[in-house]
Design a protein around this ligand. Structure first.
Ligand code: PEP
Ligand code: MN
Length: 331
């Protein structure tokens, strides 16, 4: 149940409800709203009922993530970026951190294209245990150095709750990979930090699964969450690695206040398809994109086939910002 209180007495009523029901029920407050888990409206004191504008009983399980509880867009601020709302943020970099020199070069390219965040995996969730697994903490150091040198924020995947404290020493944004979207220990661990989290949609996750996964992070007290649509598994992956669920962008934006970011690279898996689907992501209204780049894709240690070469990336990024700017004039 979410109670929207009349502003004049909201604070007093919230305090009363917390003291009366807080021991037995989960309670969350936001501005003049209060969400109480597992309480029936009939149990509310008469003065609270009189002090409310409306009482919502059809409330999703992921209550803190819902627009019903938090109508305004969440805007996340990192040292070099504003993520959410009508801003458009570009995140680019190699799939994996491969070497100090390489990630430095890719950070320079990312920045040239207007990115304010450089990506790179140091802990890689590979399908085969014999594939490159990432450089580990050394990779985090290389990515941090490159980000700082070019005045960028960094985003990198954390795969294990036991690594959260270590990755936190380096990163501005945690990435939770698709394969870990429902790793609840990991979600709880990043929820205990105040570092922004980019939660990737699991490959067979429904919209409600995504929202409940985000709720695990919020339940720990970390509300700096962004959601990444990176394609889902459907019946046909012959021509695209995944099915890019563009409808998820406006659907998520209607249900939740968290920024929605698109990842066309993992969605399509082939570099030739990245630019058109990146543009489609912008057109769908995403607050940003994350894209993989590599100067020598055939030599890449992971995800080479989907990497944009620098010149292709620069052109795509320019077009993406132009389209986003154009769309702002329509509002
Ligand atoms: C990645 O970003 O390189 C990655 C492994 O993505 P996902 O978790 O979406 O597959
Ligand atoms: Mn990748």
């Amino acid at each position: 149940m979410i109670i929207i209180l009349k502003p004049a007495t909201a604070t007093a009523m919230q305090a009363k409800l917390v003291s009366q029901f807080g021991a037995d029920h989960e309670i969350f407050t936001h501005n003049n709203r209060i969400a109480i888990q597992g309480l029936r409206p009939e149990a509310l004191p008469a003065d609270v009922q009189a002090a409310s504008e409306s009482i919502l009983t059809a409330v999703p399980a992921a209550v803190q993530s819902s627009r019903l509880f938090h109508p305004e867009d969440t805007i996340i601020k990192t040292p070099h970026s504003v993520i959410g709302g009508n801003q458009f943020v570009m995140m680019a970099g190699p799939c994996s951190v491969e070497s100090a020199e390489h990630v430095d070069q890719m950070a320079a390219v990312a920045k040239q294209g207007g990115a304010t965040i450089v990506r790179g995996g140091a802990f890689k969730p590979r399908t085969s245990p014999y594939s490159f697994q990432g450089l580990g903490e050394t990779g985090l150091q290389y990515l941090r150095t490159a980000a700082d040198k070019h005045g960028l924020d960094m985003i990198t995947e954390v795969m294990d709750d036991e690594h959260v404290a270590m990755v936190a020493k380096y990163t501005d944004i945690f990435q939770i990979g698709a394969r870990n979207m429902q790793n609840f220990s990991l979600l709880k661990a990043v929820g205990q930090t105040q570092i922004p989290v980019a939660l990737k949609r699991g490959m067979s996750a429904t919209i409600d699964d995504v929202l409940n996964a985000a709720e695990y992070i919020a339940a720990g007290g970390n509300h700096q969450i962004m959601l990444l649509e990176r394609g889902i598994r459907t019946f046909d992956n012959k021509y695209t690695r995944n099915t890019f669920d563009l409808g998820a962008v406006p659907v998520l934006q209607s249900l939740t206040h968290y920024p929605v970011i698109v990842d066309p690279s993992h969605a399509v898996g082939t570099w030739e398809l990245v630019t058109p689907m990146a543009m489609a992501g912008v057109a769908a209204g995403a607050s940003g994109m994350i894209v993989e780049i590599h100067d020598q894709p055939t030599q890449a240690l992971s995800d080479g086939p989907q990497a944009l070469k620098p010149a292709t990336y620069l052109k795509m990024a320019q077009q993406a910002f132009q389209l986003h700017d154009l769309m702002q004039t329509w509002a």
